[in-house]
Structure formats: C-alpha cells, structure tokens
Design a protein around this ligand. Structure first.
Ligand code: SF4
Length: 312
C-alpha cells in the first residue's frame, strides 16, 4: 500500500509483497494483429500505433518457448537466480485469435515452474466471454492473470480522433465483465492526447477511479515515426507535454486513484531512432520521468489516493 515513504503503489512493491521476492516480467511478441488494423473494426489502427507497439528488439516469429527461456536467462544473469516471472503478451491484441491458438500460447507458460502469472494486453472490444472463460481457467489453477485494456481517454471525441474504433462504454463493459471473474484488470491511459486539456485528463482518471480496476498504466503521448500522428505533429496540429507538464498531469491522476490500484507504469519509452517527441520518452530517460513525478508529489505534499473518494 501507499505509505509516507512510498508515495504510490508500484507494481514492484505489489509483486514483492505478494511473492516475497523479485518478480520479473518477460515481454513476448507473437504474430497477432488487431481488429483496428485488419479492417474488422477499422483500418489503419490507432493514429499513434507503430507495429502494434512492439518493442523493436522482439521478434514475433521466434517460438514462444524460446522467447520465455531467453527472457528467464537474461533476467537471472542480471538479478540472480531467486526470481519469479510473469509473461507479458504485449503487442497488438493478444486475445484476437481462435480458441486453439490462444490456448496454445497461454498453455506454453505452464511449462515453466517459475512463471507465476501472465499479463495479456488487448482491446476492450476483444474480450468475449469465451476468452474470459479461457483466461479464468488459468487463474483458477493458480496463475495470477491480468488482463490489460487500453482505454487511453474517456473522451469519446478523442477516441474518434485517434481512431481507436471503440467507445468508452466498451471499456466499462469489458472491465465489469472481467471483474465478475477471478481475473485482474489493468487499464492503460495516455496523457497529452491532441486537444485534451487538464479537465479531459482528469475525467479519464475519475472514470478509472470509479471502476473496480486493479492496476493502471499511465503513459505520456509520444509521437513515433511513420505513424499518422507523426504526420499531424509535424504539420504542427498539436503539441506534446513538456516533462514538467506531464509530471503534473500524472500526479493529478495519482491523487484521485484509490491507494490499492497498482501502478504498473508511469511513463512510456521507445528506441531513440523511432521517437519524434517528446525527448523524454526513451529508455535512458525513464528514471528521469519517474523522478519528476516523485518531485511533483513531494512538492504538493500529496500521494496516490489523497483525493480519492474510492479508497478501499
Ligand atoms: S489497439 Fe493497439 S495494436 Fe490495435 S491499432 Fe491500436 S495501439 Fe495498435
């Protein structure tokens, strides 16, 4: 939980409390696509999306088992042997496939005793009941299962502008149906989307605070080369948040989120050669962003949940 030393409830703290040791995430990539790219919902994808947000170093055609083995080896070299792992299905929509394919890729983690959980990133309109049934089966057999839904903004006009091709109601529906089960929900939001002001971003935070989510990922909007958003940005149609502005908006959100919501992320990074703006969205500057948020919390004398009506 949040304390005077811990101004927000980080994923690292949550996992250490729960498992008594460091839990490392292994991010994997699979040859998924997305209904917002293949024409089922829309074409072209979200205007900021590049390769389904897959990190450049991940190769979706490497067999999944090899990706997990390699991730475990790498983490052990860095942090020692005493680790547990989560497998994170990150890029594209990792519930967008047929039953046998989805079962085969989730089943793969069962071959690894040290894997204690999975994170499945997807869209809120890609969570039919049979997918939730399948995922809940793993949770009922002892894995911790998180489903990560992208909302990005609670402003429908923004969602339309960035071509999300789903509504706020799809997100609420997915969260409520998922939380009827033995599954955890993490919501993704982006701060600094085109034409959004502080009130828009607060509204997004308030919606999350009022829903039974378990975790959140807060990202600053970052403009990536070869995307539709890059064209708009380079034409001068909107600006990105400065680091200080982002820290202020992120703290606005932390203040209204309940204290038991686990903060999985407070920034977003890409490789420098893919990034157009802002310049702080790189791996090298990740800690700088987190420090700016901590400084803002300290300067305000505030902490996660200090303005929440939903602390539980
Ligand atoms: S939903 Fe995700 S994968 Fe699909 S277009 Fe948007 S960002 Fe890309």
């Amino acid at each position: 939980m949040v304390t005077t030393e811990r101004l927000y409830y980080s994923l690292k703290d949550y996992l250490r409390e729960r498992y008594g040791r460091r839990v490392q995430k292994i991010t994997v990539a699979l040859p998924f696509t997305c209904p917002n790219i293949d024409g089922t919902k829309a074409k072209g994808g979200c205007t900021y999306c590049f390769s389904g947000t897959r990190p450049a170093h991940l190769e979706p055609y490497v067999p999944l088992k090899e990706q997990i083995e390699e991730g475990i080896k790498r983490a052990k070299r860095r942090y020692g042997e005493k680790l547990f792992f989560f497998v994170y299905y990150q890029s594209y929509s990792n519930t967008y496939g047929d039953y046998s394919y989805l079962k085969s890729i989730y089943d793969t983690v069962l071959e690894f005793d040290e894997v204690v959980g999975i994170d499945v990133g997807t869209r809120p309109d890609c969570a039919p009941e049979w997918v939730l049934d399948l995922l809940e089966g793993y949770a009922n057999n002892g894995l911790e299962v998180w489903v990560e839904y992208g909302l990005q903004s609670a402003n429908f006009k923004t969602l339309r502008l960035i071509n999300r091709a789903h509504g706020v109601s799809d997100f609420v529906d997915a969260v409520l149906r998922t939380k009827r089960r033995n599954l955890k929900v993490c919501a993704h939001i982006i701060l600094g989307l085109p034409y959004e002001d502080r009130e828009d971003m607060l509204e997004t935070g308030k919606l999350l605070a009022s829903l039974p989510i378990d975790g959140v990922k807060i990202h600053p909007l970052h403009v990536i080369r070869n995307t539709k958003m890059a064209e708009q940005y380079l034409r001068g149609e909107f600006e990105v948040l400065s680091l200080q502005e982002y820290a202020r908006r992120a703290v606005d959100i932390l203040e209204i989120l309940p204290q038991n919501v686990v903060v999985h992320r407070l920034t977003g990074e890409v490789e420098p050669d893919r990034l157009i703006a802002p310049d702080y969205c790189t791996y090298a500057k990740k800690q700088k962003v987190i420090n700016a948020i901590l400084e803002e919390l300290k300067a305000r004398g505030s902490y996660q949940g200090c303005k929440s009506a939903f602390n539980r």
